[in-house]
Design a protein. Structure first.
Length: 508
């Protein structure tokens, strides 16, 4: 990422006067108590962001000091082992504040670190901590979207809803490695300065790294406003001139796209980035996960009517299948949706009943698409049928399954007009997404992608694109149980029985 120093800025006196007046009217009164420790703290809006790998961590913060600032860190409890790394100013044209980005590398796995941001001269932030991921292939992360703070000017209400969503999510998964937010962090219309302050107000963002995608509302009222996103987000492996980036976490590769760029030429650039990154960084990974704000498969109006979403769906879906992407996470539609397994734009097993708890065995080229609803609760979209007709009377797929209104590409959808969050559990052979309602922590949906090797591919579902729990599985389970009882003492058959049982989720 290229950054510009403060000395390289060229500002006219009139610009300075205008920005000062605007700051007094908007920004000075906009700093919430949750966003800083004290009113005199020189460091505000500090948060941690995902690094390029498990051993790196990124930082971003606003500062009142114009000199050089640093990241100071050490293994918790060992302050004499501290290291101090210089930061860079991130100047993308924001007039009302100064931003710094810092990166630390060489972190040890499974270790808690204490850090501070700032300088001896300008002052330091209060100490905060983060923990690096332990070695091993089993871990989890959190996924949300569309906090969109500031809808209809309701900044305080949506900020409180966002803080509650983060609180509930990190309470459900306290060891989550990071929080993925798939775009529309802020509303855009109104004061983005204030809206970003509230987005970073949850105290958890100083300990749980954020992985953010660019949403369409980060560009409102014009693309110029992306300066706020760029100043606040410290990307790893960013593609110059774009908001596309990637990062690696243990056995998974994450590819994040700016789906606002949706011309044919831009989509081809996305496609090439996905192909190259998957080929060079996905080799040896168990999972490849793509993230983009605009979800291609939903029962909301955007997916049915918007030309940009249609182009993204038609041109990127085949690329995801070709590149070996397993899961695509998006937002934009403020309604939970889970697709069928998709091979390109074609749904697999489109007529097969779907339910919470599905365990899917994807074949090569089959991709699952998940759409998170809003985490801020500022607005929602009603159900639109396969022909794009709005039908407010429907609120879940249980009401539309098997009807003329259902989109064959959508397996499960729900619109209960309340915020959700998802916990994504990752292991070597399985990836499970459990989505919860923020209000009561009830389970909205539960789906697993299973890459476990099959002991005998000739049996049952053939190993591809289907859900566990079939009548075949039940019959096999009974047979296994009888054989285990009769032959449990025969060491020769025990391994085969265990393998067969594992395939059908039966423990002996």
């Amino acid at each position: 990422m290229s950054v510009t120093t403060r000395s390289s800025r060229s500002r006219t006196l009139s610009t300075l006067v205008a920005s000062t007046v605007f700051a007094v009217g908007v920004s000075m009164a906009a700093v919430p108590a949750d966003a800083q420790t004290t009113a005199n703290n020189p460091i505000t809006l500090s948060h941690v962001g995902v690094g390029a790998t498990d051993s790196e961590m990124n930082f971003s913060w606003r500062t009142k000091y114009s000199g050089q600032e640093y990241v100071k860190y050490y293994p918790s409890g060992q302050p004499t082992a501290d290291r101090v790394i210089p930061a860079n100013e991130a100047n993308y044209g924001a007039l009302l504040y100064r931003s710094n980005h810092g990166t630390i590398t060489g972190l040890r796995p499974g270790t808690e670190y204490t850090y501070q941001l700032g300088s001896d001269t300008g002052g330091w932030s209060e100490p905060a901590t983060f923990r690096t991921q332990s070695r091993g292939d089993s871990w989890n992360f959190l996924a949300m979207a569309d906090a969109q703070i500031g809808v209809n000017g309701q900044v305080a209400q949506q900020a409180e809803a966002w803080r509650e969503a983060v609180k509930q999510a990190t309470g459900k998964a306290p060891n989550a490695q990071f929080i993925l937010h798939a775009g529309d962090q802020v509303e855009g219309w109104g004061s983005q300065v204030k809206q970003w302050e509230e987005f970073f107000s949850p105290e958890q963002v100083r300990s749980y790294p954020l992985a953010l995608a660019m949403g369409n509302h980060e560009r409102y009222p014009s693309k110029l406003e992306t300066r706020h996103f760029n100043e606040h987000v410290n990307f790893p492996n960013r593609v110059d001139g774009t908001a596309n980036y990637y990062f690696e976490r243990n056995n998974a590769l994450f590819i994040v796209l700016d789906s606002n760029e949706s011309s044919d030429a831009a989509i081809e650039q996305h496609a090439e980035f996905v192909r190259q990154t998957a080929a060079t960084k996905g080799a040896g990974k168990d999972w490849i996960i793509a993230v983009m704000h605009h979800s291609p498969y939903t029962h909301s109006s955007h997916a049915k009517k918007d030309a940009d979403v249609k182009r993204l769906r038609e041109q990127l879906s085949p690329v995801f299948s070709e590149a070996g992407v397993d899961l695509v996470i998006g937002g934009h539609d403020h309604m939970y949706n889970r697709s069928r397994l998709m091979n390109g734009v074609e749904p697999v097993d489109a007529n097969k009943p779907a339910k919470s708890g599905d365990v899917l065995r994807p074949k090569k080229g089959e991709v699952l698409y998940l759409t998170s609803t809003t985490a801020g609760g500022g607005k929602y979209y009603h159900f639109h049928d396969v022909n794009g007709v709005e039908r407010k009377e429907f609120t879940s797929s249980t009401e539309t399954d098997g009807t003329e209104y259902a989109d064959p590409a959508i397996a499960v959808w729900q619109q209960d007009y309340t915020p959700d969050y998802s916990v994504v559990d990752v292991s070597k052979h399985k990836l499970t997404v459990r989505t919860y309602n923020v209000a009561d922590n009830s389970l909205v949906d539960d789906v697993t992608l299973d890459h476990s090797p099959l002991s005998n591919p000739g049996l049952g579902d053939g190993g591809g694109s289907s859900a566990e729990g079939s009548s075949t599985g039940a019959i096999v389970g009974i047979v296994i149980g009888v054989l285990a009882a009769l032959l449990g003492g025969l060491a020769l058959l025990a391994p085969q029985l265990r393998d067969l049982a594992a395939r059908y989720g039966i423990r002996l």
